[in-house]
Write a protein that binds this ligand. Sequence first.
Ligand code: ADP
Ligand code: MG
Length: 400
Amino acid sequence: MERGSFLSLIESIDRFAVGIFRQFLIKEEDNRVLIITPNEEYKKWAMAYLATKLKGFGKSIVVECEKEVKTSPTVRKNNLLDKYTFDNFVVGPSNELAYKVCLEVSKNPGKLFNPVFLYGKSGLGKTHLLHSIGNRLKQTHNVLYISLMDFSDAMVKALKENRIEEFRESFLNLDVLLLDDVQFLVGKERTQIELFRIYEKLQAEEKQIVLVSDRHPKDLKDVSERLISRFESGLIIEIGLDEETKRRIIKQKLILYGLPLDEPTVNYVLENTGYNVREIEGFIQTFKVTGFKPKPNKENVEKKVETVINLVAKSFKLNPELLKKETKERKVINAKHIAMYFCKTILNLSYAEISNLFGKKDHTSALYAIKKVEQKRTEDRKFQYMISFLEKSLRKSLGL
Ligand code: ADP
Ligand code: MG
């Protein structure tokens, strides 16, 4: 039956009622009509009306009010956020490929690149790109953006309520599935099974699937082989952030916040932020309120840095002087990275300052060292424990 036929039918029998029905969200599918009313009162009215006036319509009619829709495993909105579009995505060498592939997907869903697996570190625009695809397609296609966690929660709920069939079916009429944060599949067996079923069905019908993760499919440990091999069967693209792109993004965000675009401002943001657009945005927001922070008293800072170096060196049983020199010795390098990390997280020094203090020329050395420590913290529990312990002692020594 063609779209809008339900409303045409109502119009033909009752001109007054059609005005009320037009206020509702109506979705016509092959064998059912779903009517979503803004509240319970309207739901009651619609149900009573349909029961008396529309017998033998030929399709099943389901009426739900908005409150129910939010908790139903079957019916949901597309979850798209309007603010993320291709137009406001800044493109540079490190994200150009991801951008172009996503743009192509939005022009020809299910055709050239399917599935697409996009991965990269946090804050690099993966979610932004997923929404951009959805926003381009939402008028013409049945699109759903969902994070793996929400998928998993809805599945658990559906299982509890004995509505798993409904849950599965709700994905099968999609043209485009945009699944975010699939790294959370790790260790979730039942979620993997359900996703696999849906995935296979959508793929068989050449429906577009775009997956986003913080790591490459082969680094998804504790995820079933068959899912990994499906993920690997598509186009896998890494998204990154290089200095040139970062500079462009900073400029775009400065304009957005009505701030000047002069070199000192751009450099100030560049040197005080890492390679994470979320961090850059946060920094610019604070900068808008506080402006340039005056450089702290140099002697004072040096004393604090000495305290950091001494304490870290002591815990590694090393001579503190070693940490300020060039070295190839693994143990010293590790200690040095940790000391640099604390200069950022506790002393709040800029990357450029930290690099200088440790005898390096440009700010990327500190960035690299700090990133390494952050990464190890997430991967190694023992290391995480050691860092927390050191941090506590340091804060105490520094009187913070
Ligand atoms: P991820 O999903 O990779 O962790 P997000 O897509 O959530 O990152 O991006 C974090 C923030 O940075 C968002 O506000 C997003 O709009 C912004 N952002 C990321 N990359 C870009 C870019 N290339 N251009 C403009 N904004 C970006
Ligand atoms: Mg994200």
